[in-house]
Design a protein around this ligand. Structure first.
Ligand code: 5AD
Ligand code: SF4
Length: 435
């Protein structure tokens, strides 16, 4: 979602004459669009600010009139507000994820003030009118585009800052989403990933004036000509509604790959996390999805070392991973976040235990991912190419399962679905030849 928000910020500023620079050294305005989900992401903000401050000094040495405006947007901005300008005086502006549509006006305000005497702007309001009503249409789009349909979260998992930083759940009306999708397709998007912190809790106003679920919305999007792939992320097991299973059964464009976080394989830990469901519920969902679409595969998020997690709880997580068989996953050491209930629990797990548990868990997940990728050797898969590879003369695309496939070729192939015979499956990618 930060990528989507970042693109929207660029679109907002484009009409005011700004363009994206490749190097921070060239920037008149530097915006850090930040993440607060774990401590590591937050630390990165402050080290990046140090770097920007040095660049600003260098710019000044070259041109005395230069005066780079440094901005912190996103969830760290929301959570820390004015504290950021105290800790990092080089920061001119701080805003949260729900107020970035005011960016042009805030920048104009800062530029009006005489140089050297800038006053700071901190805007961490949750406005009553949705920011989506004031966002411009995109100027360009990648072949594989993001589209925010839902934001915020009312679930309050005990480890998580999202309900505090992104705010309460909000669903955009379906007509707004469909218009944005049509626009992206006109600009060349072939694949759209619907975004939301709790995307399957979507309950926006439908075209008939009644509330629509995510499943219903996907049925409507599937009717748009030229949209070949639909995905949605991130889902919560509690919000799997019937028409979402039906969409997986009926809609070919809906990719057979679902990111469905479980966090832990222990019912005791799920309860302590306030996830409000059991492992058996999750396994039932997986089974129902497999019944709806036999070729569906799964990825997930895992947290190890949640306060109070015993070795027995942890073993249950490994067992669950073996039972489900994931083709991809994200896993993290529990990171205490200020203001969340879990952060003040006494039974915090020592760092070395977290490190060991994470390493072992990731070994297992990596093994599963490698096995899945190897199982594609000799098969012919449809791949949507959209990016330059690391090596000269190489391009990269994605399979239905989000596996990266490298191929010799150039950017003229972007936006094409090619049938690729897979030669090698590695842990993080596949390689093959065009048939
Ligand atoms: N510590 C570690 N991981 C976290 N996540 C969210 N909050 C924390 C935290 N405090 C992980 C969850 C979530 C993903 C987006 O980030 O696994 O699904
Ligand atoms: Fe955070 Fe997701 Fe839980 Fe919401 S459902 S509190 S976003 S982990």
């Amino acid at each position: 979602m930060n990528v989507y928000d970042g693109q929207k910020m660029a679109d907002l500023l484009k009409v005011h004459g700004y363009t994206i620079t490749e190097y921070p050294e060239d920037a008149d305005v530097a915006i850090l669009n930040t993440c607060h989900i774990r401590e590591k992401a937050e630390h990165k903000v402050f080290s990046d600010l140090g770097r920007l401050s040095t660049i600003k000094e260098k710019q000044k040495k070259i041109n005395q009139d230069s005066d780079m405006i440094i901005v912190v947007g996103g969830c760290v901005g929301q959570a820390e507000g004015e504290e950021i300008t105290r800790q990092a005086p080089e920061v001119d502006m701080v805003f949260g994820p729900q107020s970035y549509h005011r960016l042009p006006e805030m920048l104009a305000q800062i530029k009006q003030k005489s140089k050297g005497k800038r006053s700071k702007i901190v805007d961490t309001e949750f406005p009553t009118i949705s920011k989506f009503d004031s966002l411009p249409v995109a100027y360009e789009t990648p072949v594989s585009a993001f589209l925010s349909v839902q934001e915020g979260c009312d679930k309050f998992c005990h480890f998580c800052v999202v309900p505090y930083t992104r705010g309460a759940e909000y669903s955009r009306p379906a007509n707004q989403i469909i218009e944005e999708a049509k626009h992206l397709i006109r600009l060349g998007a072939k694949e759209i990933t619907l975004l939301g912190q709790n995307v399957n809790a979507y309950h926006g106003e439908g075209l008939n004036g009644k509330e629509w679920t995510l499943g219903r919305l996907i049925y409507a999007l599937a009717e748009l000509n030229g949209l070949k792939r639909i995905r949605y992320t991130t889902s919560h097991p509690l919000d799997m509604h019937n028409d979402l299973y039906e969409a997986h059964r009926d809609i070919e464009q809906l990719m057979p790959f679902l990111h469905l976080p479980i966090q832990s394989g222990s019912d005791r830990i799920l309860d302590m996390m306030n996830r409000k469901h059991k492992i058996s519920d999750y396994l039932k969902i997986i089974e129902k999805l497999r019944n709806a679409r036999a070729d569906i595969e799964f990825s997930s998020d895992f947290i190890v070392g949640y306060p109070g997690e015993t070795d027995n709880d942890y073993q249950h997580t490994l067992e669950l991973i073996k039972k489900v068989g994931y083709v991809q996953a994200y896993s993290f050491k529990y990171s205490p976040r200020p203001g969340t209930p879990a952060s003040i629990l006494e039974a915090q797990i020592p760092e070395d235990i977290k490190t060991n548990r994470l390493a072992q868990l990731q070994n297992l997940l990596n093994e599963q991912q490698l096995m899945f990728n190897k199982s594609k050797e000799g098969k012919t898969l449809e791949v949507l190419f959209d990016r330059q590879g690391k090596l000269q003369g190489q391009i990269v695309g994605k399979t239905a399962y989000m596996q990266s496939v490298t191929l010799d070729g150039d950017s003229s192939l972007f936006g094409n679905f090619l049938m690729i015979k897979i030669k090698h499956g590695y842990r993080n990618s596949l390689s093959g030849e065009c048939v």
